[in-house]
Write a protein that binds this ligand. Structure first.
Ligand code: ATP
Ligand code: FE2
Length: 321
């Protein structure tokens, strides 16, 4: 089976074709704001503009007759971006006379991670711009064991970076700066039960700007935020008695976060997995692959049920595999 998947919930418009074994082809274009953070309407205009040429690029490389289904990111995400993606996907499905499959974006991050790492039943730490969740499967659902009470860790890092005058996305720049950190400044460490919060930390870190080196601020921010995420992941592991951790989402490429989780896993006799970086952030292959899994297990989305779901939660999807 070959499934075409379109991801377009936020900054990356990415189209891919996959089969059971591999990613066959990918075409993508990232939206990078000129200043400030992601502007939903501008991002959706970017996606609308790039959609035709990306679809054409895919069909130049892969025969459309061999596509068995069209999968798309149905949510969660930015409304205007979701609508562009859904409209293009419906059109393609109707034109090729193939089933349409609405995919939960968070589930796709987790499933592509499992596919590419062979992790069986992990506690997943899903960390991106808009989301930060600790997820694990119980029975036929993924459950969220802990999550951010305000903004995602990626957005928090991006905000801090912007206040240093750095262009979006800030994650890689803060990671680089943090490598030059020598002094740790305490920042609010907020873990409540299994949930965590980052917005107070951003404000506190921004206030340090007058007195501290930015390398030290970046370092202190990463150490504090990643320790919070590691703590909650460890508690979920202990509670569930699982011995695998799967790191996914755009922030997951961060080497310091990988090291902290890796050390925690080693101490507990657990194993840390993460997929290759091109499959960590938003990408069409994760949507295509999850669509393929769903298709194999009898899911399709009738056009009249293909409306976008900006607040779509992973728990809403019944897992049949
Ligand atoms: P979602 O819809 O799942 O919330 P997203 O739109 O935020 O996804 P992702 O590609 O999953 O997209 O993640 C993007 C985030 O990852 C940005 O906030 C970016 O700054 C962050 N990021 C990228 N590289 C790094 C890095 N090296 N260290 C920390 N954060 C990073
Ligand atoms: Fe994402």
């Amino acid at each position: 089976m070959n499934v075409l998947g379109i991801e377009g919930t936020a900054w990356n418009l990415s189209i891919a074709v996959v089969n059971e074994n591999e990613v066959i082809t990918v075409a993508q274009e990232a939206y990078i704001p000129k200043e400030g953070g992601i502007h939903p309407r501008e991002a959706s205009q970017h996606h609308a503009e790039k959609m035709p040429s990306l679809i054409k690029a895919i069909f130049d490389r892969f025969p459309k007759e061999k596509i068995d289904a069209i999968a798309f990111s149905q949510g969660p995400g930015l409304g205007p971006c979701l609508r562009v993606t859904a409209t293009a996907s419906r059109l393609l499905a109707l034109k090729l006379k193939k089933p349409l499959i609405g995919v939960n974006h968070c589930l796709a991050h987790v499933e592509v991670g499992r596919w590419k790492t062979n992790a069986k039943n992990p506690v997943a730490l899903y960390v991106s711009g808009g989301n930060s969740q600790v997820i694990a499967r119980r029975g036929n659902r993924y459950r969220v064991f802990g999550e951010t009470l305000d903004i995602g860790i990626g957005n928090a890092i991006d905000k801090l970076a912007r206040s240093f005058g750095l262009q979006h996305p800030g994650g890689p720049k803060i990671e680089k700066l943090a490598e030059g950190g020598r002094r740790y400044y305490p920042l609010p460490y907020v873990v409540k039960g299994m949930d965590f919060s980052f917005s107070g930390m951003v404000t506190a870190a921004q206030k340090l700007k007058e007195s501290a080196r930015i390398e030290d601020i970046a370092f202190s921010f990463q150490e504090t935020a990643f320790a919070m995420l590691t703590e909650v992941t460890e508690r979920a592991l202990a509670y569930l008695g699982y011995d695998e951790v799967l790191l996914v989402g755009g922030v997951g490429v961060n080497k310091r976060l990988q090291k902290m989780l890796g050390d925690m896993c080693e101490d507990r006799g657990a194993k840390l997995y993460y997929p290759p970086s091109e499959l960590m952030g938003d990408n069409g292959a994760m949507i295509a692959y999850t669509g393929l899994l769903m298709l194999k297990h009898g899911y399709t989305t009738p056009i009249e049920e293909s409306f976008v779901k900006p607040n779509f939660r992973i728990e809403e999807v019944e897992i049949r595999w």
